[in-house]
Design a protein around this ligand. Structure first.
Ligand SMILES: Nc1ncnc2c1ncn2[C@@H]1O[C@H](COP(=O)(O)OP(=O)(O)OP(=O)(O)O)[C@@H](O)[C@H]1O
Ligand SMILES: [Mg+2]
Length: 251
């Protein structure tokens, strides 16, 4: 059992796109998988054709006993469930701050779910807030998609610095490149340099492809609607690299 957040300080780097496709690929391998959409924008919820606000509100989260059956939504795909976003998640910071001790943190809320799912993926909002810190402590792994641009990588370094300052365990962090445009020299150079320099950087990357962008229109994971496409192949290939790292017991 593993909990993996998909996170970056920066917005629009491919967090939700990755979270949705990885969750789908995990469930397709017959692994009970849950995706929790922690972003009030509700994009992951939208991609699965579900409605925001039908899941767990920030307030309900603090209640001693949550009826998980009533808040977890089934998707169109076997073994893949979603905990939909809620607009109240914009206040999740405040709510979690009210939970005094660390044992009341996000991980303890997830405990009952860890018995039902082999992989829980958290689609995280951008920014670096109290919620982010709570997520960093709750997860076993933090998947960090990076567009290979100077500013994105600069923000990634800020995440590493934050982890160091808070003693959060850098080994949780698994960076990878997303939205790579190989026709751009800067992208090529950054990918080459950082995959060589950073031991933890995934070797496989997600290219910038119109078929991936179309997910917003089709509202299905890429390997489901275009299984033979280069776009699907990219997610399958990166997932195969990630899987033994995320699910060590299965490696
Ligand atoms: N590999 C890709 N190729 C082309 N377009 C992509 C790719 N990955 C993501 N996109 C598009 O880029 C936009 C941002 O992607 P996504 O929503 O996954 O980013 P995010 O990091 O979750 O954003 P936010 O910070 O707002 O939550 C979306 O319109 C998505 O369709
Ligand atoms: Mg997102």
């Amino acid at each position: 059992m593993s909990i993996a957040g998909v996170y970056h300080i920066k917005g629009g780097v491919g967090k939700t796109t990755s979270a949705v496709n990885f969750a789908y690929l995990s469930a397709r391998e017959e692994r009970p998988t849950l995706l929790w959409d922690l972003d009030p924008q509700g994009s992951a919820t939208y991609y699965f054709n579900l409605e925001s606000g039908l899941g767990l509100s920030a307030k309900k989260l603090l209640k001693a006993k949550t009826d998980w059956e009533s808040v977890v939504q089934r998707t169109a795909y076997p073994l893949l469930d979603v905990l939909p976003a809620d607009f109240s998640y914009r206040k999740l910071d405040v709510v979690l701050n009210r939970a005094k001790s660390e044992k009341d943190g996000l991980r303890s809320f997830l405990k009952p779910l860890t018995r039902r799912y082999e992989l829980i993926i958290l689609d995280c909002p951008p920014g670096i807030t109290l919620l982010s810190e709570n997520i960093f402590r709750a997860v076993d792994f933090l998947l960090v998609p990076n567009i290979p641009t100077t500013l994105c990588l600069r923000s990634y370094v800020q995440v590493l610095t934050f982890f160091r300052q808070k003693g959060l365990g850098l080994e949780k962090i698994i960076p990878f490149f997303s939205m790579v445009e190989t026709r751009k020299r800067l992208h090529r150079e950054n990918v080459d340099f950082f995959t060589t320099k950073l031991r933890r950087m995934c070797r496989r990357t997600i290219p910038y492809l119109a078929d991936i962008e179309r997910m917003g229109l089709v509202r299905q994971p890429v390997p489901h609607y275009l299984p033979q496409s280069p776009a699907a192949q990219a997610f399958v290939s990166l997932w195969e690299e990630l899987r033994p790292r995320l699910l060590m017991a299965e490696a």
